[in-house]
Every structure is written in structure tokens, then in C-alpha cells.
Design a protein around this ligand. Structure first.
Ligand code: MG
Length: 278
């Protein structure tokens, strides 16, 4: 595979780790992001579809390994898009999860007390005239709210002005509701003031399911939190892990730097994981 790590030492470790996965699948966790990792980046948010080969390989892997899909989408939404039973869906960037066989998603216990604060902030934002006036789009993910300005920019609006307006509203509403603000690509998010992200979500399941090693594949900024968490577990507790970055024109440099393996595009993920089936 042309994506083999530059360092032969790393490659050797990689082969050893894959052998360990196959030998003891029950304590080997496979975690993957959805958008841009096992789906192609879609022209529209609602248009994302899992790559058929990824569905086939992941369905097989789910029979042997603990498998987790980790997404910024709501857990039930990503579960509907992936459609593989018997796996854990970690949603809203680690703020909630839909457990195996569970009927509904539950928040991280530290996030749960802020449900009312997020609802209050949503009510305020829904009646904020500046949002409609500037075609800013409010996204409500129950535990997190997003104000998006990409659609307004695509419609010809001035990016910096729109960003300033969105961030100003977000800061004001977050401060009065007791939430924190996080900035993303053409989005500003209001969320509970706790350290919860994809990394803490993955760590929760590593501990709960008593995993001894893990693989994580992701393509974006929020996946860096997982790479950082895994690197820390490795340093502090010798936890073995394999960090797989899926590259793209928009891939953050830090994600690539912290990865053991870099795959050129989402279509490479299923062939990369397939040897774990053997
Ligand atoms: Mg992604």
C-alpha cells in the first residue's frame, strides 16, 4: 500500500498491532468517524451516504470486534445513515451516544445537567431577528447548537461580516445561558461548559468496554481530539493504538502530523480495514 508510514519502525509496529487485533478481537476497539471517512464528502449535509464497501467491511467487523461510529451528527441520525446493528454510535462530537441495542441516545453524564440551558438558548436564537435577516442557519442538536454562515456566503454574503454577526450573537446568548462557544469552519457552536469531545467519548468506551487496544480513523479537526486522547493514553498507560487520518484538500495539518497512517481518500478506508476480517 502506497500509504505506508514513512518510518519502517512504525510499519513494523503496525503489522504487530494488526496481528494483536485479530488474535483478541473482543478487547480490540474499532472506532471511525462518518463524514469524509467512511462516506464521501457530500454536496449537501443530508446527501451523505456510507460507501458500500465500507458498509460491507464494517458489517463483518461488527461481528467480531467492538465497533463504534463517532460523528458530529446526532447519534440516531448517523445510526440511520450507517444502518449496521449491534454497534455503538457516539454522536454530537462525543456529547451523546446510542449504545448497542439501545432505543434512544443518552448524553455524557457531565453534559446532561445542561439540557435546559441549551433549550433556553435555542428558544432565544429561534426568535433572534439577526439570524433570519442575514440568512444564518440555526442547527439544533439538543446538546449543542450551531449557527452556520456557509449557506449565506454561498449566496453571495460577505464572509467576515457574517462571521462577526454569528459569533457576536453566539457569545451573547451563550454567556446568558451559561454555555461555552466553540468555533468551527463557517460555524460557531454553543455547548455545555464541560470538556466533552470525540476524544472523551472514545475514552469513555475504551474504559467501559475494557479495551486493550484501539484503532481510530478520521478526517477532520474534531478528530484531532481523539488522536490527542489516544496519544495521552499511550504515554500514561502504554495503551496501544493506531491513528488513521483520511486526507483531503481540507485536512488539518495537525491531524496528519498525529496520525500513524495517512490514507489519501475515504475510498481507501474499507480496503485498509479488510485484513482485520481475516
Ligand atoms: Mg469527518
Amino acid at each position: 500500500m502506497s500509504s505506508r508510514p514513512a518510518s519502517p519502525k512504525l510499519w513494523e509496529n503496525f503489522e504487530t498491532l494488526l496481528a494483536e487485533f485479530r488474535r483478541d478481537p473482543v478487547t480490540s476497539g474499532i472506532f471511525t468517524d462518518f463524514d469524509g471517512t467512511i462516506s464521501e464528502i457530500a454536496p449537501s449535509y443530508g446527501g451523505a451516504r456510507i460507501i458500500p464497501e465500507a458498509r460491507e467491511v464494517l458489517t463483518g467487523l461488527a461481528e467480531a470486534y467492538p465497533l463504534y461510529i463517532v460523528s458530529g451528527r446526532m447519534a440516531t441520525d448517523v445510526a440511520a445513515l450507517v444502518g449496521i446493528p449491534g454497534i455503538v454510535y457516539i454522536g454530537v462530537h462525543g456529547l451523546e451516544w446510542l449504545d448497542r441495542e439501545a432505543m434512544e441516545a443518552r448524553p455524557d453524564p457531565r453534559v446532561a445537567p445542561f439540557g435546559e440551558a441549551v433549550r433556553n438558548a435555542a428558544v432565544r436564537l429561534e426568535s433572534e431577528p439577526l439570524l433570519a435577516q442575514h440568512a444564518l442557519v440555526l442547527e439544533n442538536k439538543v446538546w449543542m447548537l450551531g449557527i452556520h454562515w456557509r449557506p449565506a456566503v454561498e449566496a453571495g454574503g460577505p464572509p467576515e461580516t457574517l462571521a462577526g454577526i454569528a459569533k457576536g450573537i453566539a457569545r451573547e446568548v451563550a454567556a446568558s445561558a451559561g454555555l461555552k462557544v466553540r468555533e468551527g469552519r463557517m460555524v460557531v457552536e454553543l455547548m455545555p461548559p464541560v470538556e466533552a469531545n470525540k476524544g472523551t467519548g472514545v475514552q469513555h468506551f475504551i474504559l467501559r468496554d475494557k479495551l486493550e487496544r484501539a484503532l481510530y480513523a478520521g478526517d477532520d479537526r474534531t478528530d484531532i481530539d481523539v488522536f490527542t486522547q489516544l496519544a495521552q493514553l499511550e504515554r500514561e498507560a502504554g495503551f496501544k493504538n493506531l491513528r488513521v487520518a483520511v486526507s483531503s484538500a481540507e485536512a488539518p495539518a495537525e491531524l496528519i502530523e498525529k496520525a500513524h497512517v495517512v490514507l489519501p481518500e475515504p475510498a481507501w478506508v474499507a480496503p485498509f480495514l479488510r485484513p482485520l476480517l481475516a
